[in-house]
Design a protein around this ligand. Structure first.
Ligand code: HQG
Length: 178
């Protein structure tokens, strides 16, 4: 039976971002897993797919969720982790404006507390307003915040660009939100 790509992508996100121990996998400090070990342990735990299925999901992921090491032996999630990982990204100057999509019901809390990473390691921001809108839609009726990333950077806040282009920062205080 062909493997469902969306299901496999969700499974890989779950294991590589949140619960590697669910299949007895250990990630390196910077979030990498050995591909063959991941396939073997997933199959042993009841999720059937092979190395080619995994490579197909990596290649076709709409958001480029996964990165492969240059030798193809290791895989990691580009971002979105709740497990503690040190992605080893160098801080970079962000575009002057970044966007964050959320749901209207969170707007009041965000205006008073700022954007917080919640269950993830960092806050996710996009340079593309349309992408931010799609992210917001996952939670309900979308609301797009404009983030004064240039102003934050000038004040010493650090920004990182994940392998898939998502911008990451630890938090966004309310004064930088519009
Ligand atoms: C909200 C997807 C109340 C925040 C996407 C968001 C993304 C607050 C929710 C990636 C708050 C957290 C991440 C505060 C933040 N009070 N609510 N102070 N601060 N929030 O899913 O950014 O498809 O953890 O606005 O494309 O929505 O999984 O983060 O609504 O890149 O690959 O708390 O996940 O990628 O939600 O999405 P999430 P996110 P994948």
């Amino acid at each position: 039976m062909p493997v469902d790509q969306v299901q496999l992508s969700k499974f890989l996100s779950f294991v590589l971002r949140h619960k590697p121990d669910e299949i007895g996998l250990t990630l390196s400090a910077d979030g990498w897993a050995n591909v063959d070990e991941l396939v073997e342990k997933a199959n042993a735990a009841g999720t059937a797919f092979d190395r080619d299925d995994l490579l197909r999901v990596v290649a076709t992921s709409d958001k480029k969720r996964f990165s492969l090491s240059p030798d193809g032996d290791s895989i990691r999630a580009a971002q979105g982790h709740s497990v503690r990982v040190e992605l080893g990204l160098a801080p970079q100057a962000p575009p002057s404006i970044l966007y964050h999509g959320t749901a209207t019901r969170f707007v009041q809390a965000i205006l008073s507390e700022g954007l917080k990473p919640q269950a993830r390691q960092q806050v996710h921001l996009s340079s593309d307003e349309a992408i931010a809108e799609r992210v917001g839609q996952r939670h309900g009726k979308p609301h797009i915040f404009k983030v004064d990333a240039g102003g934050m950077h000038a004040k010493g806040f650090k920004f990182f660009r994940a392998d898939n282009g998502v911008w990451l920062t630890d938090r966004v205080p309310p004064e930088f939100l519009a």
